[in-house]
Write a protein that binds this ligand. Structure first.
Ligand SMILES: C[S@@+](CC[C@H](N)C(=O)[O-])C[C@H]1O[C@@H](n2cnc3c(N)ncnc32)[C@H](O)[C@@H]1O
Length: 317
């Protein structure tokens, strides 16, 4: 944790300032262990392994704690010499580097930090929050950078003042909470007026029919067992290439089809394990933007053609 983040943090219980307790460890300008104390209500929040922690457990996101620590490097451009995450970020948000340069940006549900990495390389100052222990993976990946801050917190109770951020995004996160719309509405107050919010939310579609049935079982299986079972995606990729038979196999047991075998494994685990996985329609998401006071709402093309992917961005009035 960098000391400069303190100016943006407040106590999530009473909204007052936090100060660093006297006993702390520091290494390379990072507070690695210590405690944050609320100057008003005296609540305390630990800093563990460089990350301020505003929650006691990872509640319903334990599958993500497992996933992002196991697959911590798979989707990181910098570690794989690719630009896959950067290209994905561009089409999911519609932003270009000049839109985020010098801005304070909130990544709601940072995971292992693949998109926070992009924002930081584009010159934005990014705060990545996540409820799960994915924050440990994100901190290892990018936490030491001067313009990156990783925080473990619940998006329903964030440790920031309202209207703090120039821009915000939440990619593949809100539909993994108990209530997607409530999650959307919960984070909007932290965006400044005139700021933009970009979201990626799963779309509803007939092609999820069989995986929704499988999920009734897979979400109840032990995480470690699901880790091994999802590796079935690695060989199934070749079977899916067989004409006709491959299409039927993919429809009955959908698995990820990335050329990189580790992405296939990760994305299949990511699909079958989360406790919550809501799907929506784009008019539904559009209405949330309207209701929350956004203008210039855009649905990105890939979202339109895919419909299983809703990528939308708006400007707060
Ligand atoms: C599919 S992952 C996406 C991670 C990242 N945005 C990406 O695209 O790589 C969903 C993330 O949402 C986080 N999440 C779910 N509910 C949350 C909440 N209430 N507060 C903060 N993060 C949450 C999970 O812990 C998980 O890391």
């Amino acid at each position: 944790m960098k000391l400069k983040i303190l100016k943006h943090l407040v106590c999530p219980s009473c909204n007052e300032e936090l100060r660093l307790g006297e006993d702390y460890n520091e290494k390379d300008n990072e507070i690695t262990e210590g405690v944050l104390i609320c100057v008003n209500c005296k609540s305390t929040y630990k800093i563990i392994k460089g990350v301020p922690r505003f929650i006691d457990t990872d509640k319903y996101v334990d599958t993500f704690s497992f996933e992002w620590n196991k697959f911590h490097d798979v989707q990181m451009d910098i570690l794989n010499d690719t630009d896959e995450s950067e290209r994905t970020f561009k089409w999911k948000t519609g932003w270009k580097p000049e839109d985020l340069k010098g801005k304070l940006v909130l990544d709601v549900g940072v995971g292992a930090g693949r998109f926070a990495d992009v924002v930081s390389r584009w010159g934005g100052e990014v705060i990545g929050i996540d409820l799960s222990y994915a924050v440990d993976a994100a901190y290892k990946n990018i936490g030491a950078r001067e313009n990156v801050h990783i925080i473990q917190a619940d998006l329903f109770n964030l440790p920031f003042r309202h209207e703090t951020f120039d821009h915000m995004y939440s990619i593949g996160v809100l539909h993994h909470t108990p209530d997607t719309k409530k999650a959307f509405m919960a984070v909007v107050p932290y965006l400044k007026k005139g700021g933009e919010f970009a979201v990626f939310i799963y779309g509803r579609g007939y092609h999820h029919y069989f995986s929704d049935i499988w999920r009734k079982i897979t979400t109840k299986l032990p995480i470690r067992l699901m880790y091994y079972l999802s590796s079935i995606a690695i060989p199934l990729y070749y079977i899916h290439k067989i004409p006709f038979f491959g299409k039927v196999a993919q429809a009955l047991l959908p698995t990820a089809n990335w050329p990189d075998w580790r992405w296939r494994w990760l994305d299949t685990f990511d699909w079958y394990t989360p406790k919550y996985q809501w799907k929506h329609t784009w008019p539904e998401v559009f209405k949330w933007f309207k209701e929350a006071g956004f203008t210039e709402i855009e649905l990105f093309e890939e979202g339109l053609s895919g419909l299983s992917q809703i990528c939308m961005r708006g400007k707060k009035l």
